[in-house]
Design a protein around this ligand. Structure first.
Ligand SMILES: *Cc1c(COP(=O)(O)O)cnc(C)c1O
Length: 409
């Protein structure tokens, strides 16, 4: 992963060569069209100019264009949160009666969205471990609309073999959605067959807990694309004729409009600021998380991280993932008391539910995010009694290690 090259690209994408150098925060709910002909244009599929802030604004458009280029997509939409991007992408494709294959250790909100919300809408989700390829293939049927996965399981830290899942999706002509929140820049899901790439930009892209937001990036459709089948006919047909390339993005726009998922200008501005330093921070976190994991293991912590040889995806980590799986590692303590004592004694840990921040964060999983889950679900998601999730920040990695050692006592 050559982050320097990304730097050239990102700085170029976030710069304005004329007028204000920093992207203006356009804080307007509506936009005047000037004349009726332009109004008609805005309402007949113009995605590059704002129509009304519920469908986006110029500050969002700047971020959307940058992320579209970075991901190699054709169009992106900023949303109010990462969960809004997940919901927008899924609801744009799936309708009552459909089935979804959901893969991997999932972010709590995402699991709940599929399990609870989708089932209320008559959409059935089937959950699989990241490497259960036989199970996944067997579950595919005529009603399957989406295969959904995260690049890195949070908090089970299993790495998803995106090329294999992408191949299954392509061969079976099924939409493939990847939540790449934890691994921007280092993993490019569209190269592995993803159709929609999702980020919670709240995390490492904004990078400092300043802005809640999400983005969904859509792939360009080709001639004879896998979407030209009966499975997607009803949803895609209205858009395919006039907009064959960006039809996938266009089916999401009415969802953005009807549910009101749009991101706001302030958030997009802060996210653009974060984007400008993303390669630098990613590089730092890549080194630090590997160092911290190794040192903690050396000092007898029951630590889990894909860089460690005892992790089942260590090979994948070194090959496909280029030695980077985000800022997360987990420490499995004997019980919740030990976990609480550790967290409370650490001076460098901020105890919070967030991840991928400038500072080191930590949280006991079972008593917080997963407190309402039953034992069976917790087991599926890898939540043990003493599990603490750590997100490594930008501090000196050896300061983090030493703080953890003193906290364990
Ligand atoms: C945080 C997170 C989300 C949800 O994002 P919000 O911005 O908090 O709504 C989705 N997926 C992953 C992997 C996350 O870490």
């Amino acid at each position: 992963m050559n982050l320097n090259k990304f730097y050239t690209k990102i700085i170029n994408l976030t710069s304005n060569k004329k007028g204000p150098v920093s992207t203006p925060i356009v804080n307007s709910a509506s936009f005047a069209y000037g004349d009726s002909a332009t109004a008609v244009e805005r309402f007949s599929g113009d995605l590059q100019n704002p129509q009304y802030a519920r469908m986006g604004n110029p500050t969002n458009i700047k971020l959307e264009k940058a992320m579209t280029t970075i991901e190699g997509g054709i169009q992106a939409f900023c949303t109010s949160s990462g969960m809004a991007s997940v919901s927008m992408a899924v609801l744009s494709l799936a309708i009552a009666g459909d089935e979804i294959i959901v893969v991997g250790g999932l972010f709590g909100g995402t699991y709940s969205f599929f399990k609870n919300f989708c089932s209320r809408c008559g959409i059935k989700s089937h959950f699989f471990e990241a490497d259960d390829f036989d199970g996944i293939k067997t579950a595919i049927n005529d009603k399957t609309k989406i295969i959904f996965c995260e690049s890195v399981g949070n908090p089970n830290l299993k790495l998803t073999n995106l090329p294999i899942l992408g191949k299954i999706a392509t061969e079976n002509k099924i939409a493939f959605i990847v939540d790449n929140t934890v691994t921007p820049l280092s993993i490019k899901p569209i190269d592995f067959g993803a159709d929609i790439v999702i980020y919670s930009t709240t995390k490492i892209i904004a990078g400092n807990t300043s802005a809640l937001g999400g983005i969904a990036v859509f792939r360009q459709l080709q001639e004879n694309d896998k979407f030209y089948t009966k499975r997607y006919k009803e949803i895609l047909e209205p858009f395919l004729k006039e907009h064959p390339k960006d039809a996938l993005a266009r089916i999401a726009r009415p969802i953005l409009r009807d549910i009101g998922f749009a991101g706001n200008a302030m958030s997009s501005y802060l996210t653009l600021l974060g984007l400008e330093t993303l390669p630098l921070r990613l590089d730092r976190i890549k080194t630090s998380s590997n160092v911290v994991a190794k040192e903690l293991q050396k000092h007898g912590f029951n630590v889990r991280h894909p860089s460690l040889q005892n992790h089942e995806n260590n090979d994948l980590f070194n090959s496909l993932y280029n030695g980077y799986s985000g800022s997360l590692l987990t420490i499995d303590f004997e019980n919740n008391k030990e976990a609480f004592d550790f967290l409370d004694k650490c001076s460098l840990i901020t105890i919070t539910a967030n991840i991928c921040d400038a500072r080191t964060l930590g949280l006991h999983m079972k008593s917080t995010i997963y407190k309402d889950y039953d034992e069976k679900t917790r087991k599926f998601l890898g939540i043990t009694d003493g599990l603490v999730r750590i997100s490594i920040g930008l501090e000196d990695p050896m300061d983090i290690v030493n703080d953890f050692i003193q906290a364990r006592g």
